[in-house]
Design a protein around this ligand. Structure first.
Ligand code: GDP
Ligand code: MG
Length: 163
């Protein structure tokens, strides 16, 4: 069985954009509206000669705003069950939100290896925004821009090291 890396996080943080970046093609649907990603997507990738499966755990159905927290928690549960490493994505432009704190707590208690990606760091001068996320208690926050493809190498080094 190949190792499984599950991408988890609130709607709109850029999970599908990161998934597409790792897969190298546009598989997942990227949408501006929170909660519109359709499916859980599995794809096999090769990274530095290691084969692994990445999972985009986006919500299956559109859901009302007050259900978002519930949905993200459900994704986190699935990821904890199925994944060898959980890639937890947060939004560097919004900073840590209550749902991030909730999910972080659950992930931390699971004992699974977690790698924390602070997305939407589109410019090096914004890298310091990642420091706000140390408060989640998940170790080093990796600053990335899934849209621009920056920081992905270091992030994936951390994922491979956690396997
Ligand atoms: P998901 O709901 O977590 O799967 O998020 P999506 O991948 O669908 O992205 C949500 C929105 O964030 C889209 O408008 C993306 O274009 C945007 N986005 C994703 N990654 C980045 C990034 O690195 N920088 C910026 N500025 N926007 C991004
Ligand atoms: Mg998505």
């Amino acid at each position: 069985m190949l190792p499984v890396v599950a991408i988890v996080g609130r709607p709109n943080v850029g999970k599908s954009t990161l998934f597409n970046r790792l897969v190298g093609e546009r598989w997942a649907i990227v949408d501006d509206r929170p909660g519109i990603t359709r499916d859980r997507l599995y794809r096999e990738i090769e990274w530095l000669n290691r084969r692994l499966v990445v999972v985009d755990t986006g919500g299956i159905e559109p859901y009302p705003a007050d259900e978002i927290g519930k949905n993200v928690r459900a994704q986190a549960e699935l990821a904890i069950d199925e994944a060898d490493v959980v890639l937890f994505v947060v939004d560097g432009q919004t900073g840590p939100l209550a749902d991030d704190v909730d999910v972080a707590e659950k992930l931390r208690r699971s004992g699974k290896p977690i790698v924390l990606a602070v997305n939407k760091i589109d410019h090096p001068k914004h890298l310091e925004r990642r420091y706000d996320f140390y408060a989640l208690g998940l170790g080093e926050p990796y600053g990335i821009s899934a849209a621009h493809g920056t920081g992905i190498g270091e992030l994936m080094d951390a994922v491979l090291a956690a396997l």
